[in-house]
Design a protein around this ligand. Structure first.
Ligand code: SF4
Length: 211
């Protein structure tokens, strides 16, 4: 694991290169963010944003989606993959939000993770992005990049989240979450990471171990 001093250097470099990154998914309210998050499983954020541009003109709150025919909604989201499961989960979740939560999205982690289609990472994205809570969502990019750099040392996402939270101050969690995703897309790709061009390679444990 990296020291706090090494972390401080990395934070400065991320700040210089990426600055304040906006959320990657487009939305107008918590419910639309929840839909976008469910759609983003195994799908690029870019594709999700294309789909939701039209979708969000039709669906703004849970009651708009709770009673629509499954087949209709499947057609509207089918270009994002796994659309049958996602459509079922989104409609079921909309029904629950409409009937049990006053047609709104609760800001409670334990409630969110029990909704169809919402796991730990998705709940953390919603709470950190929309509700401004200090959360550290760990997706495939964050998991890979954090463990390569040495910000975490774990073979599973839950312990990676714990490592990151222990190392980094809470106010920076969402910011660094976005930096790590961005870094994973640009430099620290799953295959053939661009280590020689990476601006934090001098602090990266993977880089030094490969060298
Ligand atoms: S040096 Fe390589 S492994 Fe380390 S963060 Fe950069 S791209 Fe990823």
């Amino acid at each position: 694991m990296l020291s706090k001093t090494q972390l401080a250097h990395i934070i400065v470099l991320f700040e210089q290169n990426y600055g304040e990154l906006k959320p990657f998914l487009n939305y107008n309210n918590a419910f639309q963010l929840l839909i976008a998050v469910i759609l983003s499983a195994q799908c690029t954020d870019k594709r999700v944003n294309i789909i939701t541009e039209e979708l969000f003109k039709l669906y703004k709150k849970p009651s708009d989606l709770a009673d629509i025919p499954l087949e209709l909604f499947e057609q509207q989201i089918k270009t994002c993959g796994m659309y049958h499961t996602k459509a079922k989960n989104i409609i079921k979740t909309s029904e629950i939000l409409k009937n049990q939560f006053n047609n709104d999205v609760p800001s409670d982690f334990n409630i969110l993770v029990n909704l169809p289609g919402i796991g730990r990472k998705s709940a953390n994205v919603i709470l950190g992005t929309y509700f401004g809570q200090n959360r550290f969502p760990v997706d495939t990019h964050v998991f890979r990049v954090a463990n390569r750099i040495g910000l975490a040392n774990s073979s599973n996402v839950e312990n990676t989240e714990t490592d990151l939270k222990n190392l980094i101050q809470p106010g920076l969690w969402m910011k660094i979450h976005r930096w790590l995703i961005n870094h994973g897309r640009i430099y620290c790709t799953a295959r053939n990471p661009k280590c020689s061009k990476c601006f934090i390679n001098m602090y990266c444990q993977y880089y030094h171990s490969v060298l």
